[in-house]
Design a protein around this ligand. Structure first.
Ligand SMILES: Cc1ncc(COP(=O)(O)O)c(C=O)c1O
Length: 454
């Protein structure tokens, strides 16, 4: 039976009327389209810790979908909130108009945020959160009359989404190579990943705080009066879970303060309990100037991104003619009612079930479980923080990324487990509702897959 006809059969037998009849028409993002369409991996339902394929296979979710579904899947309270909202108010224009849930949600987020973050700007994704934060940072300095502050500093192996601003400050060569127009005046710090010094570190690595001193060199070269902002992920996720060395982020923060440079934390993956706290800023006890959020903001149920903004920054925009627009930026779907309703329900659920505390309590068990893989074939590093983990593999000769890709496919098909791979690194970030026996199962499935994959 062809792949397509078996898929159709599977979809029909699962009761879905909407089985795909043409795999070709969808251009899948960040995917090996040709290979996928020969070997499709389809998920059609989800509940709790599991996805289900159309033919009913239960797939253990090792990555909260894509670092999103922190409360697990199919949570009734969130589903009901979305349904109710769709009936009550399906859409509201965001420009010069408001709807109650957008204000309720921004107040709630401000309450959860570190002190001073009393303002929230909404978009629809992590990429849009980053784009918004970069624009706010650049325009803030103009508002302050310091127009020369235009340089942005990112970091190698940083991932800040896929819009032109985010790709410019991000540090992934492959994400740039196919395109040829980016923001000017962007520079990058070195990444902090060093296997010679830090392989198999548990938690934050000991070596590497001195890498923050590169910022001094940049500040000296480009001058503080020309630098608008530094943007970093507190824990870099998409390039393979790079845990910041001890004291590195504090040093970056100090240098930003000393030189009046804004610090943007991109917390798209670290926000909402991933490290056992509301935000990584709280975990590291560092207060940046802007915080980018998405994903866990509503447990991945409706597209949404947000920027938490410090009072000082927001206030700088509020001193003009009150009938004039203060920020020339925004989206049709900023603070979409469905996304807001989903977020309010997810935040309530996080609180009621104590999921952030739960993540904190589980983190030691998680650390021991993932580090128990040491010695398994092809592993060259294991790292972890909070409920995040990564296993780095020796690349195949002449075929970088192939080994981890094979692991992804094998784990799905033979171990019924969803992993995330990036380069030759396997990243893990389960829903915060994971139980200890499911952690054991996840690690065991990964072990078996690694043993069985070339
Ligand atoms: C740190 C970080 N920033 C931004 C993004 C982009 O988010 P989105 O894919 O929702 O645009 C991601 C996505 O993984 C991310 O990890």
């Amino acid at each position: 039976m062809s792949v397509l006809s078996s898929l159709k059969k599977a979809f029909r037998s699962s009761g879905s009327q909407n089985f795909p009849n043409d795999l070709e028409s969808l251009w899948m993002p960040f995917s090996a389209n040709k290979h996928f369409k020969k070997n499709p991996r389809i998920i059609s339902r989800a509940k709790g810790m599991y996805y289900y394929t159309p033919s009913g296979d239960q797939i253990l979710d090792g990555v909260a979908g894509l670092w999103c579904c922190n409360a697990g899947h199919g949570r009734e309270q969130i589903v009901e909130a979305i349904k109710r909202q769709a009936e009550e108010l399906d859409f509201a224009p965001a420009f010069n108009m408001g709807h109650p849930k957008s204000f309720e949600l921004s107040s709630k987020l401000s309450q959860m945020a570190p002190r001073g973050f009393n303002h929230v700007f909404f978009g629809n994704s992590g990429s849009e959160a980053v784009e918004s934060a970069l624009k706010i940072a650049l325009s803030y300095w103009r508002e302050k009359g310091q127009e020369s502050k235009k340089i942005l500093i990112g970091r190698n192996r940083g991932y800040h989404g896929t819009n032109f601003g985010g790709v410019s400050v991000g540090g992934i060569e492959k994400n740039r190579a196919q395109f040829n127009k980016f923001l000017p005046e962007v520079y990058h710090l070195s990444d902090t990943h060093n296997l010679k010094k830090n392989a198999f570190s548990k938690g934050q690595p000991e070596w590497g705080e001195e890498l923050a001193d590169e910022l001094d060199t940049m500040i000296e070269k480009y001058r503080p009066e020309n630098i608008a902002a530094v943007i970093v992920e507190p824990v870099a996720g998409s390039t393979g879970v790079l845990i910041p060395p001890k004291n590195y982020l504090n040093k970056i923060k100090e240098k930003c303060v000393e030189n009046k440079i804004l610090l943007i934390f991109d917390e798209v993956i670290t926000g909402f309990g991933r490290l056992g706290t509301s935000f990584a800023s709280e975990y590291f006890d560092i207060t940046p100037d802007l915080i980018c959020l998405a994903k866990g903001i509503n447990s991945g149920t409706v597209p949404m991104g947000a920027v938490l903004v410090q009072d000082e920054i927001y206030n700088a925009f509020m001193n003009k003619d009150e009938k004039m627009i203060d920020l020339f930026h925004g989206y049709t779907y900023s603070a979409h009612p469905l996304a807001c309703a989903a977020s309010l329900a997810a935040l309530k659920l996080y609180e009621e079930e104590g999921l952030f505390k739960r993540a904190k309590e589980l983190s030691k068990y998680w650390e021991d479980a993932i580090h128990s893989l040491k010695g398994v074939k092809n592993i060259i590093d294991i790292r972890n923080l909070g409920l995040i983990g990564a296993v780095e593999l020796e690349p195949m000769d002449g075929k970088p990324t192939r080994r981890a890709y094979n692991v992804l496919c094998e784990a799905f098909v033979n171990q019924k487990t969803l992993l995330r791979v990036t380069g030759d690194i396997i990243a893990l970030s389960p829903p915060l509702i994971i139980e200890k026996n499911q952690i054991d199962q996840l690690i065991d499935n990964l072990k078996t897959t690694l043993q069985q994959t070339e």
